[in-house]
Write a protein that binds this ligand. Structure first.
Ligand code: ADP
Ligand code: ADP
Ligand code: MG
Length: 668
């Protein structure tokens, strides 16, 4: 076994590998980019080496730098994780040339499966069932159109070199074929530098079922059963489970044996996944991923095996830990991928700082694979996956109940996430029935992506109480400091300190304003005139941890209110609202440029600096345009001012919070 390994990755998978290595007494070396200097994977490893700037092209994709780091630290082997260099045959070769063990399959096996067309040709020879289609070398447009006709519409055009759902086009009629072919080729060329495509029958209601395989260098190969990953958006997985609902023993063995045959046909070693598409009683080979898969934890939960340990043992020359007959399935597991993305905006990736990151505590039933901590940022540079929640129980229904509970107890503030969307999937009756197909999300979009719930009085009242509590607590602290905590001034409810008996709170959600008029009533009771026209009596105190037990019109409700500056995240009855409290004295400036600085609201790229130092600007004028995650954001002047300094130029990459320029107001 190795004494020391290097992990050529970041985020949750780097942390995941480090954990197993540590348990096995193997020392670990992390690599990191400038954006990841303080990242969890760096803190978790025994040693860490900087390999370059934030952009993956200049860091995590630089095989040479990574190999240099391994040699410099005396690591004997390199674990590539997934993504990045994990399916790069050239990198696997370069490791071998440098005398390092690549913890993955032989480079030739990666090559064999790297092209979906060639992989299909190989599988045909190994008698693995294929989706009817054309996967030849000939790429003439007329020939491809004729093949599509033969297959019968609808067909799917796929980039041979594809991955991550890119370069795929569904074609429903012969008339659309030529335009779709052109656009698939363009996307394939720009994403993979290879415009070759294949055409196959498009199955309209299939399930994605994949088989985990493992092979060692001694000729042994096994399958560790299947995973169902049919819940997908944009052909990418969101929820995975094992075993697949409705799977029979015969079919499991049939698919497992087909997957092992596929692996053996290419001299496979290590962990691999053979992906099948299934419809009715038929299943067809789709592709093989020659690496550990994102969703491997569900297999670990039902088999009780640690697949990273298996990878390390096989790579160091040991035999597979178990034979086929020693493997069995126990219970049921689900995994959900928590992404920084906005399901309401076509799952557009999001960025930001994780001001609050909370899940229920891990247990025998709940596993959290995460690469971030509270306070860390999700940037534009890397994959927006924040963490994975994995649950296990004796049967599917119980595991699903655990999944729902885990999601209800998950609170992320500061970054838009898909948590509520995942909870809607986990709570959907069609999903509970089991065996949904890949069209599930689209079919039930209305249920899964409901219009944002309107803001009701209760939510507003809870935010108002949180603000009152904060003012009160501030007063108590001030009293303690002043040593005069017996003074009646500090005993009463918040704002009365200032001599007022009324106060208006102005909250904002999106672009809507909500005014709550508070009036001091009896004792600690407050009367609140709500936007609906109703009046509520409020009472309650916010605890440090954000728990709020409130009495609203005599009804006691429990909620969480997490506050960050002027933003209140109210969690109540499964709903989550972010309310911004406007500063009444300075509503336009609230939350922006303190001390005349203008900072980047998120990490991104400067597409245009519209002003120069010395220039006078007016309130509302666009100063800088920032592009982050495919969207442009205009940064405007909050008041009339003169630009004193500009710190970036067009094309620069900036981190969230970076000072972009400084302003001097006329009074300064
Ligand atoms: P990638 O390399 O992007 O993962 P895959 O070939 O694995 O590409 O396909 C990704 C997803 O696209 C599958 O999980 C499935 O949902 C869908 N898909 C692929 N092939 C077909 C097909 N022939 N018919 C219907 N859906 C398909
Ligand atoms: P899988 O089949 O394992 O679900 P895909 O075939 O869709 O995964 O693609 C590889 C996976 O690697 C994706 O889930 C993608 O999100 C992830 N990935 C790609 N690049 C990175 C990265 N830089 N950091 C973390 N994850 C990544
Ligand atoms: Mg795939």
């Amino acid at each position: 076994m190795f004494d020391k390994i290097l992990i050529a990755n970041r985020g949750e998978i780097a942390c995941r590998v480090i954990e197993t290595a540590r348990r096995m007494g193997i020392a670990t070396v992390a690599v990191y980019s400038d954006a990841d200097q303080d990242a969890l994977h760096v803190a978790s490893a025994d040693e860490a080496i900087r390999i370059g700037p934030a952009a993956a092209m200049e860091s995590y994709l630089l095989g040479e730098k990574i190999i240099e780091a391994a040699l410099a630290t005396g690591a004997q082997a390199v674990h590539p994780g997934y993504g990045f260099l994990s399916e790069n045959a050239g990198f696997a070769d370069a490791c071998a040339d440098a005398g390092l063990t690549f913890i993955g399959p032989p480079a030739d096996a990666i090559r064999a499966m790297g092209s979906k067309s060639e992989a299909k040709a190989l599988m045909e020879k190994a008698s693995v069932p294929l989706v009817p289609g054309y996967h030849g070398v000939e790429q003439d447009s007329t020939l491809l159109a004729a093949e599509a006709e033969k297959i019968g519409y609808p067909v799917l055009i796929k980039a041979s070199a594809g991955g991550g759902g890119k370069g795929m086009r569904i074609v429903r009629t012969a008339e659309e074929f030529s335009a779709s072919l052109d656009s698939a080729r363009r996307e394939a060329a720009s994403s993979f530098g290879d415009e070759r495509v294949l055409v196959e029958k498009y199955l309209t209601a299939p399930r994605h079922i994949e088989v985990q395989v493992f092979a060692d260098s001694l000729g042994n190969a096994v399958y560790l059963f299947e995973r169902d990953c049919s819940v997908q958006r944009r052909h990418q997985k969101v929820v995975e489970e094992a075993p697949a609902p409705g799977m029979t023993e015969e079919r499991r063995a049939e698919m497992g044996e087909a997957a092992v045959a596929a692996a053996q046909a290419i001299g496979y070693q290590g962990a691999g996944t053979v992906e099948f598409i299934a419809e009715g009683d038929d299943f067809y080979f789709m592709e093989m991923n020659t690496r550990l898969q994102v969703e491997h934890p569900v297999t670990e939960m039902i088999t009780g095996q640690d697949l990273v340990e298996w990878q390390l043992r096989v790579a160091s020359g040991e035999a597979l830990p178990l034979s086929q007959s020693e493997l069995s399935i126990s219970g049921h597991a689900f995994e959900v991928r928590l992404y920084a993305e906005d399901p309401q905006r076509d799952f557009l990736p999001a960025t930001g700082r994780l001001l609050h990151f909370e899940t229920p505590p891990p247990s025998r039933h709940l596993r959290l694979d995460s690469g971030v901590r509270q306070g860390d940022s999700v940037t534009v540079y890397y994959d927006p996956m924040i963490a994975k929640l994995i649950v296990w129980d004796e049967d599917r229904a119980s595991a699903l109940a655990r999944l729902r509970a885990a999601l209800t107890g998950t609170h992320i503030v500061g970054v838009t996430t898909n948590t509520a969307f995942l909870a809607a999937v986990a709570g959907h009756p069609a999903f509970a029935e089991g065996g949904v197909d890949t069209g599930f999300i689209e079919r039930y979009a209305a249920d899964l992506l409901p219009a944002p719930a309107p803001l009701d009085d209760q939510i507003l009242a809870l935010a108002a109480l949180a603000e009152i509590s904060a003012v009160k607590q501030e007063a108590t602290r001030a009293a303690a400091v002043s040593g005069d905590d017996g003074s009646p001034w500090f005993q009463t409810g918040g704002w009365r300190l200032n001599g007022d008996t009324q106060r208006r709170l102005l909250f904002q959600e999106g672009d809507q304003d909500f005014a709550v008029d508070l009036r001091y009533a009896e004792g600690t009771l407050i009367e609140a005139a709500m936007p609906s026209g109703d009046t509520l009596t409020l009472q309650g105190d916010l605890r440090e941890d954000g728990h709020l037990r409130a009495d609203l019109n005599g009804r006691v409700v429990s909620a969480r209110v997490l506050r960050h500056d002027q933003d209140f995240t109210v969690l109540h009855a499964g709903k989550s609202h972010v309310l911004h409290l406007l500063d009444p004295r300075n509503p336009d400036l609230a939350g922006e440029d303190e001390g005349g600085q203008l900072t980047a609201p998120m990490s991104g790229k400067i597409v245009a600096v519209r002003v120069q130092a010395g220039e006078a600007v007016e309130q509302g004028q666009v100063l800088v345009v920032l592009e982050a995650m495919k969207m442009e954001h205009s940064i405007t002047a909050s008041h009339d001012a003169v630009v004193s300094n500009v710190f970036y130029a067009d094309g620069d990459l900036v981190e969230e919070g970076a000072e972009l320029l400084s302003l001097e107001t006329s009074e300064d």
